[in-house]
Design a protein around this ligand. Structure first.
Ligand code: NAG
Ligand code: NAG
Ligand code: NAG
Ligand code: NAG
Ligand code: NAG
Ligand code: NAG
Ligand code: NAG
Ligand code: NAG
Length: 379
């Protein structure tokens, strides 16, 4: 008993000696992090207390066997639900500076979250060397310049989450960025200044579940092979300059949310997929090119909740009759060309919006659906 106490004590002394004398962190990883500390403003106070990120418990750093495996300096409190509950969440960091090239040398890094800071400059191509990275979140900064490829983000074959949204990235989305050996589940590039076409190579990434390219300046036709994204649940291409035909989303049976508002698509009748996507909950095509009658079948999609089609050119009769989805809460068809209506279900105030259609111009009509303006109240 006493012997083992003595043993423990000397081990503890050894440990302290080791701890103060040397570093736990792999020297190259330590050098990278010290370079980060020197190049960024507002790094956490714990970063100043030692030169040993792993042994000195730097906030936002996770290590395994002396290698840095995760770097989480995001300002996003929601990250407390991240797969790493032990992470320190650094609220209100407001880091400024750029992302150093050296970061690409943290070879064991699997998680890199620098979102919601004030980082500027370009995305360094060296991030492509982070071959173990499965999570890359640079969203909500002030990053500019192109999305780097070869070398660059096309090399991230183990990444599932690629979030570059809410920056000032420009240039095209390179065709080389995506390949069949990737395993991305979500791609967020929205709210940047990206131009040019949507790369058809996106269609190779059949693991994709969420694709957000909205609020950029993308142009050209939507590539037809996006149809291969069979488990995609959310597609947002709104607020771009896309042209050609309204994309064919037939058989993309996992789609729940579709938003194609404010583009430059060719005028056409409602596409067939309006009536055929079994998981659809939300369909948004505002300021769209659609004309002809609205297929009544859409309102029978079992999970449909919101249909937002204002400012198209739908005409003729609107038919909302039998088998309407029990979950339907909003049908917004303001500013179309609808002249009559067949309502076969007990619709509630504010669920149907038809102001700005010929049906509301006739003096005999004084229905709720003609009086509702913008917005809606809860049922
Ligand atoms: C730490 O790294 C080893 C390999 O070096 C690996 O087997 C182990 O799963 C890792 N542990 C964690 C928690 O990631
Ligand atoms: C971060 O910057 C924003 C915008 O400049 C500011 O409103 C906020 O107070 C800052 N937060 C902290 C913790 O400094
Ligand atoms: C990636 O790593 C290789 C090998 O270590 C190195 O030669 C190359 O310069 C690195 N690439 C970038 C862009 O840093
Ligand atoms: C459609 O997408 C645009 C661009 O992101 C967004 O502003 C708008 O709120 C979306 N509409 C709906 C109903 O989700
Ligand atoms: C959407 O398009 C309409 C018509 O072109 C325009 O009035 C509106 O400002 C656009 N909305 C956005 C957010 O760009
Ligand atoms: C309305 O739709 C129902 C169901 O799809 C159909 O049976 C009916 O004939 C349609 N009525 C009109 C006027 O289009
Ligand atoms: C509205 O629909 C009528 C036919 O119902 C058609 O004659 C007219 O051209 C349409 N107006 C617009 C602006 O599309
Ligand atoms: C329309 O109906 C509302 C509520 O039923 C009523 O308050 C309003 O006076 C009516 N307007 C006209 C022009 O009949």
């Amino acid at each position: 008993m006493a012997a083992s106490m003595r043993m423990l004590l000397s081990l503890a002394i050894l440990y302290v000696g080791f701890h103060s004398g040397c570093s736990f962190t792999d020297p190259q990883d330590a050098a990278v992090l010290m370079a980060l500390r020197d190049s960024w403003l507002n790094t956490p106070p714990s970063w100043g207390e030692s030169d040993d990120p792993c042994g000195g418990f730097w906030e936002g750093i996770t290590c395994n066997n002396s290698r840095v495996t995760a770097l989480d300096l995001s300002n996003n409190k929601d990250l407390s639900v991240s797969p790493f509950p032990s992470f320190g969440i650094l609220a209100g960091c407001n880091f400024t500076g750029s992302i150093p090239d050296k970061l690409g040398k943290l070879a064991e890094l699997s998680f890199l979250a620098l979102d919601s800071n004030k980082l500027d400059g370009h995305i360094p191509p060296s991030l492509g060397n982070l071959s173990k990275l499965y999570w890359l979140d640079l969203a909500d900064n002030q990053l500019s310049g192109p999305i780097p490829v070869s070398p660059g983000l096309d090399q991230l074959k183990n990444a599932k989450h690629l979030h570059l949204n809410k920056n000032q990235l420009s240039g095209t989305i390179p065709e080389q960025l995506f390949s069949p050996d990737m395993i991305l589940t979500d791609v967020y590039f929205d709210n940047n200044m990206l131009t040019g076409p949507i790369p058809s190579s996106l269609g190779y990434v059949q693991t994709l579940q969420v694709l957000r390219l909205d609020s950029n300046a993308l142009s050209g036709q939507v590539p037809s092979n996006l149809k291969n994204l069979m488990i995609l649940t959310e597609l947002n291409l709104a607020y771009n300059k896309l042209d050609g035909v309204v994309p064919d989303l037939s058989n993309m049976n996992a789609l729940s949310y579709v938003n194609l508002s404010n583009n430059s698509f060719e005028s056409s009748p409602a596409p067939d997929w309006f009536s055929n996507l079994p998981s659809l909950t939300t369909l948004v095509i505002e300021y769209g090119p659609l004309m002809g009658t609205i297929p009544g079948k859409i309102f029978s999609l079992p999970h449909l909740q919101q249909v937002m089609l204002r400012n198209n050119a739908f005409s003729g009769s609107l038919n909302i009759t039998t088998g309407v989805s029990a979950e339907l809460t909003l049908v917004d068809l303001q500013d179309n060309n609808i002249s009559s209506i067949v309502l076969g279900y007990p619709y509630y105030a504010n669920t149907l919006m038809l102001t700005g259609n010929p049906i509301c111009e006739t003096s005999t009509i004084n229905a709720t659906f003609c009086r509702v303006q913008q917005g809606r109240k809860p049922l």
